[in-house]
Write a protein that binds this ligand. Structure first.
Ligand code: XMP
Length: 534
């Protein structure tokens, strides 16, 4: 982050998380942000001087996979403990704190992985108002065997004699377990004890504050340069567009490649929001015909995906070439993308940018520097940011939607006729299930109540069947309804929709969509099926 942006933060409001290569290092920063204190992850090898320049209110040392005695083990500048800033270490963070302050860390006979029962030993502000026995999440092979001078042990488990240690006089605290994961029953309480009780912070951080900070960062990074962005209609690219536009106004041009595979109403929403509401310079490329020609005769799902994906960048770079002096490409990469791509193993932003850069198929001789302002945010933070920036809920709370769009919900060849049928049927499925979810929300007050549908859509198979409408025999298409409950798309179950809801969808589709005479419901979980049909 630029120093210019940090000036916007009032004194002692930033909690810095030093990243020792923790698998989900951002989770710690995120939990702190959940408690409404601003936090960000930085590489562990920053010097105490560099850290002091950031003026942090507190420092957290993350976990990490290495052994403190391994060659090239990530280390901390010992002067960090002399800054007078409260420090909290987790797992590897506890071990490195112990080691650098004169304690001992050893390989222990038995590692500890998963839930463990923590037993408190002594009064502790960090563990205040948590039970004397409680469940915590452990994942370690090494452990602190002797605490540094001035420290006391405040908790242990059956296999770990130093499960928590502290030196309250110097405001240094550490745990062998992971308070940031939900399996640690009182993890959030411990973090709030640290932030509010020990560091004396106030829960004042807001999404508006985050928006302002990101805007300042983008301004500092972009300067006078021009930026281009590929708008897909999805949540992430829309939020980046709104954010970058807020930061640098007309220096941003958005290119929206309309491949014709979006759902009904989506291209219009993109136009309405970005051209009319935000007044962003928008290039709307009408590529529908080009895509239909490209997909003619193609039935293999992977080939459809490949053609749509590579054509997208081809069209995008054709448009980019028409714009003068654009140096930067803004991308809606979010933190889970980085985890999924496996790009990020240790701290440091540079490696992230580089690996993502490689994912974009730049044509020979073409180069843009990337800016990825959302790369440390989780999906729900991105959505909340979108609302703060004034994007409509229909865009921000949009369901997951595959990049190749409706092309992979049409089994077999994609044609204009099939696309027309699917768009109409899909609209009905979404209208009916939006209403069903809204009723559940009204009854339960919970957006994610047990039976609310997470993703729902129509699929058009490549078959026809016989029916009768009026007095006439029909030979027309069936529509498949897919509706699933899930939290992360890794696994899913088919939604146990009430019969009257299913019946309502079915009657509307056959009555309103020409060319359809039958509706079926997919009752397969994932696994063994996938959510999409192709
Ligand atoms: P499956 O079908 O594998 O889908 O169970 C899991 C989730 O991913 C979405 N999906 C995609 N998203 N590009 C995307 O951005 C794709 O090519 C793609 N394919 C599937 C799917 O909608 C579901 O939410």
């Amino acid at each position: 982050m630029s120093s210019a942006s940090r000036e916007g933060l009032t004194e002692r409001q930033l909690v810095v998380v030093l990243d020792f290569g923790a698998q989900y290092g951002q989770l710690i920063a995120r939990r702190i942000r959940d408690l409404r204190v601003y936090s960000e992850l930085v590489p562990c090898d920053l010097s105490a001087e560099e850290l002091a320049a950031m003026n942090p209110a507190a420092i957290v040392l993350s976990g990490g996979p290495a052994s403190v005695y391994a060659e090239d083990a990530p280390d901390v500048d010992p002067e960090v403990f002399e800054l007078g800033v409260p420090v909290l270490g987790f797992c590897y963070g506890q071990q490195i704190m112990a080691l650098r302050l004169g304690g001992t860390v050893d390989h222990v006979d038995k590692g500890e992985y998963g839930p463990a029962t923590l037993m408190r030993d002594d009064a502790s502000m960090l563990l205040a108002d948590t039970p004397s026995e409680q469940t915590v999440w452990m994942s370690h092979r090494d452990a602190v065997t002797q605490v540094p001078a001035g420290f006391q042990i405040t908790a242990h488990t059956e296999t770990c004699p130093v499960a928590a240690m502290e030196c309250p006089r110097r405001r240094l605290y550490a745990t062998q377990f992971h308070p940031e994961v939900h399996h640690t029953a009182y993890g959030a309480k411990m973090l709030s004890n640290f932030l509010f009780g020990i560091c004396g912070l106030e829960p004042t951080w807001t999404m508006e504050g985050l928006a302002e900070k990101l805007v300042e960062d983008i301004r500092a990074e972009v300067g006078e340069r021009r930026v281009i962005l590929a708008l897909s209609g999805g949540v992430d690219s829309s939020v980046v567009a709104a954010l970058v536009h807020r930061a640098v106004g007309d220096q941003l041009t958005c290119v929206f490649v309309n491949h014709g595979m979006l759902r009904k109403g989506e291209p219009e929403l993109v136009e309405q929001v970005f051209r009319h509401q935000f007044d962003v310079p928008l290039v709307h490329v009408q590529a529908q015909e080009r895509y239909l020609a490209l997909l003619a005769g193609v039935t293999d799902p992977e080939e459809k995906r490949r053609r749509i994906g590579s054509e997208f960048w081809k069209v995008f770079f054709e448009e980019a070439a028409k714009l003068d002096g654009v140096e930067l490409l803004a991308q809606g990469t979010i933190y889970p993308d980085i985890i999924e791509s496996g790009a990020r193993k240790t701290g440091g932003k540079a490696s992230t940018i580089k690996s993502h850069h490689n994912l974009i198929p730049f044509p020979p001789g073409v180069h843009f520097d990337l800016i990825e302002p959302l790369d440390h945010l989780f999906k729900d933070e991105v959505r909340a940011l979108g609302v703060t920036l004034g994007l409509p809920e229909a865009m921000v709370y949009r369901q997951p939607f595959p990049g190749p769009g409706l092309a992979i919900r049409i089994i077999g060849e994609v044609t204009a006729e099939k696309l027309g049928i699917l768009k109409e049927a899909d609209t009905i499925v979404r209208e009916e299930l939006d209403a069903y979810n809204a009723r559940l929300y009204e009854q339960t007050g919970d957006r994610n109540s047990e039976h609310s549908c997470w993703q729902y859509f129509a699929v058009l198979p490549d078959i026809r069947s016989v029916g009768v409408m009026g007095d006439e025999r029909t030979y027309a298409r069936p529509v498949i309804v897919r509706a699933v409950e899930s939290s992360d798309a890794m696994t899913a179950d088919w939604a146990k929709l009430p019969y009257e809801v299913l019946g309502g969808i079915s009657s509307r589709i056959v009555a309103e969509v020409a060319g359809v005479n039958r509706v079926v419901y997919d009752i397969t979980p994932k696994p063994p099926s996938t959510i999409e049909w192709e």
